[in-house]
Design a protein. Structure first.
Length: 345
């Protein structure tokens, strides 16, 4: 079973790439950046290391898996269906039935079992779009970094879907979209300004409130305070510290990637509706993105460096500065959203 009219859509982040492919095949051509913004995807989250003192915590730049897709589909008026099968056989059957019905199927997988992935670590919160499947082969779309459209053994996909190892696993999860509203398939400007500004407002409210030490700016400051001492607290800092830098730069869950996507979302909204209110906000996130890149450069240069502690202290200082910059940027967005709604600022 393979969708004959399917055309792979490119993307830089796994879940938004998967959602974009599902929607595009259903007739709604929405950009990845717009989906990320409507999905209120940006965040900073701190998750404790499974082996404290040896590994680093999971420091992600986005909200929880699948929540982004739910938010984006709700904003667009698209019905998103999610389901988890009890075992590999029923998961395979469900996917083939959905393909037969003409749907692209989004699945959650552990990258360890994907043949085309170079990483040999378990990460089970990765998403790919399946557009063909039989007993021997699976045809999928991954991010551009992973080569986009890929073909792999069906058994590899089965193992990847069944895995319960790694970060936030969802064994045998699949999702698909029902036919979008007609306005999304006939009007290139179907994403309404009100939907965009509502997503901006909700994101800014969340990012400016105090949500405890695991989320938002407090999580970033907590990470900064710990990073400064990683030379002494980690068992293998020469390996772990650059690994965090690579994760933030290249992995879909990294920090800078999502700041770039959010800036692109704001820029698209500004260009789509000629909305100068967003000009300073686009500039704010350009600055935030540059600061993230500077912190990542320092992390990736750590290996073998004699001045490792000084580099980590510089990273910590940069993360504190980023927390301040993001707070100011989202406060500006909140004021702009209130103006749009005619509320007092």
């Amino acid at each position: 079973m393979r969708l004959a009219t399917f055309q792979p859509q490119h993307g830089v982040h796994c879940e938004t790439t998967t959602l974009r492919n599902m929607l595009h095949h259903a007739g709604a051509g929405i950009s990845e950046a717009m989906l990320f913004g409507l999905g209120q995807g940006i965040d900073f989250q701190y998750w404790d290391a499974p082996d404290p003192g040896r590994g680093t915590p999971m420091l992600t730049g986005r909200i929880e898996p699948a929540l982004l897709s739910r938010n984006a589909c709700a904003a667009l008026g698209v019905t998103l269906r999610e389901s988890r099968s009890p075992d590999p056989e029923s998961a395979f059957a469900a996917a083939t039935e959905l393909l037969a019905a003409g749907h692209v199927v989004g699945v959650s997988v552990d990258i360890f079992h994907l043949d085309y992935f170079s990483s040999r670590s378990h990460f089970a919160s990765h998403y790919i779009a399946v557009y063909g499947l039989d007993d021997s082969l699976a045809h999928v779309v991954d991010t551009d970094q992973q080569g986009g459209a890929q073909t792999l053994p069906a058994q590899s996909l089965r193992r990847a879907r069944a895995s319960d190892e790694g970060f936030m696993p969802s064994p045998h999860l699949h999702l698909y979209v029902e036919k979008p509203p007609e306005r999304l398939t006939t009007d290139t400007d179907a994403v309404l300004r009100e939907q965009i500004w509502n997503a901006i407002r909700l994101t800014a409210e969340r990012m400016t409130e105090d949500r405890g030490p695991r989320f938002g700016r407090r999580a970033m400051r907590r990470a900064a305070s710990e990073i400064a001492g990683w030379s002494d607290t980690l068992a293998s800092p020469d390996e772990s510290v650059p690994g965090v830098g690579r994760f933030w730069r290249f992995a879909g869950t990294g920090g800078a990637n999502f700041r770039t996507l959010y800036r692109e979302f704001l820029l698209e909204a500004r260009q789509r509706y000629d909305d100068p209110e967003l000009d300073p906000c686009v500039e704010d996130f350009g600055d935030v993105q540059r600061q993230w890149d500077q912190a990542i450069d320092l992390l990736m240069a750590y290996r073998g460096a004699d001045d490792g502690r000084r580099r980590l202290e510089a990273v910590a200082a940069r993360l504190h500065a980023i927390a301040d910059a993001e707070q100011a940027a989202f406060e500006r967005l909140l004021v702009s959203a209130a103006k749009r709604a005619g509320e007092p600022t």
